[in-house]
Design a protein around this ligand. Structure first.
Ligand code: NAP
Length: 243
């Protein structure tokens, strides 16, 4: 039977590129979305024209009830989950002193709590199967911090911590857990950047370019096929951050 993968936040940006690449490799993909129903439908239809069938599922990953409903749907339909890509995320640019409790709670819920709750629901099945691949999309901001993005940076560092701890706990059950930490990518998340800011980032980046979703999707493809990598934070960033 085909491998079954869930990609959270699969409607746009990096998640969409991951959905396209995994589905193109014959993996049965469930692309989660929350607000972008039209984009999710458009992706499903586009792939169907290439004879690639995916499922799309609306769920707010910051809500446990939505997450449970999504995982139940997948288990009822396919009986197993082999691959989980925790990709959904939001960002915010704000001076630290202006961050409200509401801002903090929202970003923590969508970026960090979601990785906890989705993973917790998914591993029930992976533990039974004694097999699984979990990939968490963090960020270079979790590694070196982002000015005016303290909450976001905290969530991404938290994800990397979770990745390392879970890799140790789940390794004996043959479940691999890794993070991919993207650098600056050409997606809606960065649509607030000006032409000049894009140029500056490009100039600061040793490879002199901005990343695309496909750059992250290639790493996901590799991690899905690999069987000896776990607990790692792999940063795909054009050399912008070298540790
Ligand atoms: P994006 O283009 O803004 O897309 C964000 C995705 O997350 C959308 O599919 C969105 O779905 C989904 N999402 C947001 N809140 C959600 C929720 N509550 N429930 C379910 N889905 C939700 O962002 P992106 O650049 O592709 O980012 C993807 C991941 O990469 C994020 O975790 C981000 O932090 C990380 N990252 C991005 C960059 C970058 O430079 N862009 C750099 C480092 C890390 P809907 O639109 O359907 O709500």
């Amino acid at each position: 039977m085909n491998k079954i993968a869930i990609v959270t936040g699969g409607s746009r940006g990096i998640g969409r590129a991951i959905v396209e690449s995994l589905a193109g490799k014959g993996i049965k993909v469930i692309a989660n979305y929350n607000k972008s129903e039209e984009k999710a439908n458009e992706l499903k239809e586009k792939l169907a024209k290439e004879n690639i069938i995916i499922d799309i599922f609306k769920a707010d990953v910051s809500k446990r009830a939505d997450v449970k409903e999504m995982i139940d749907f997948v288990i009822n339909k396919y009986g197993k989950i082999d691959i989980l890509i925790n990709n959904a995320g939001i960002s915010q640019e704000k001076m630290f002193q202006d961050i409200t409790d509401e801002d903090w709670d929202e970003i923590i819920k969508v970026n960090l709590y979601s990785v906890f709750s989705v993973t917790q629901e998914v591993i029930k099945n992976m533990l039974k199967n004694k097999e699984g691949c979990i990939i968490n999309i963090s960020s270079i901001y979790g590694i070196n911090g982002g000015s005016c993005a303290v909450t976001y940076s905290a969530t991404k560092a938290g994800i990397d911590g979770m990745t390392k701890a879970l890799a140790k706990e789940l390794g004996p059950s043959n479940i691999r857990v890794n993070s991919i930490a993207p650098g600056c990518m050409d997606t809606d998340m960065n649509s607030y950047l000006t032409e000049q800011e894009w140029e500056e980032i490009k100039n600061e980046t040793p490879l002199q370019k901005i990343g695309k979703g496909i750059d992250i999707a290639k790493c996901v493809e590799w991690l899905v096929e690999d069987n000896f990598t776990t607990g790692q934070v792999i940063s795909i960033n054009g050399g912008l951050v070298i540790t």
